[in-house]
Design a protein around this ligand. Sequence first.
Ligand SMILES: [Zn+2]
Length: 256
Amino acid sequence: MIGGSRRLGWPGGRRLRIPSLMYHRLTSHPDPHPCSMVLGQFRSQLKILRALGYRTVSPRDIARALRGGSPLPTRAISITFDDGYVDTFTAALPILKEFGFTAVCYVVADRVGQLSDWTEPAPLMGWPEIREWLAAGMEVGSHSRTHRDLTVLSAVELQDEVAGSRKLLEDRLGSTVPTFAYPFTVHGPREREAVEAAGYEAGCAGVKLHDSIFALSRVEVAANSLSWFLIQLFPVYPELHHLYVLSRRRAPWLLP
Ligand SMILES: [Zn+2]
């Protein structure tokens, strides 16, 4: 059975949903980049997580727990950064260390040390920064080779983006790259199967109504208020989000 279609749950049918946060850029001043957040806001969010007793786990830990491996802490949360921007290293890493949290950074294998070319150009971490990120106890995952929409690629191209990026990263870093995050969070059954076939332990998506090991739900944390951030931590947030999207579609006059 392909994991991409597997519903998550503990033996006995109890559902497991660990909040998983997805960040992109952190900046010292408000930035027009669509997925950026100011540093102070990120620090405040981590402060809240620490005050609430959260402990960080990685998507790999979540996948292993779901497969019946070691249990997770009571208040587990996963922190992820997509794309591998330089500010993940210069700005996020010191704050993560200050609060004793770990995170996974999903890097674009063929763009390491270059500028992002799938969004507003922004500098990406080089190999030395990625190695330091790992040495600090953080984790690296693959975000494909070139950050293209995988769903429009040929089978050969898909294989290269998914399995090829893993091989390249593992060869250059000398460590395992256990999980994959879909570029633009876009995926279907074919892409989830490719991720599983390439030997990854889990795949990360965007916010989803139903989790599966190869499409773990993640919440995009944007420059919102702290009260909205707290709402995003609720295990039922994906259901709320789904309801909101449905309501906007069916009765757009009711909601902003
Ligand atoms: Zn991305």
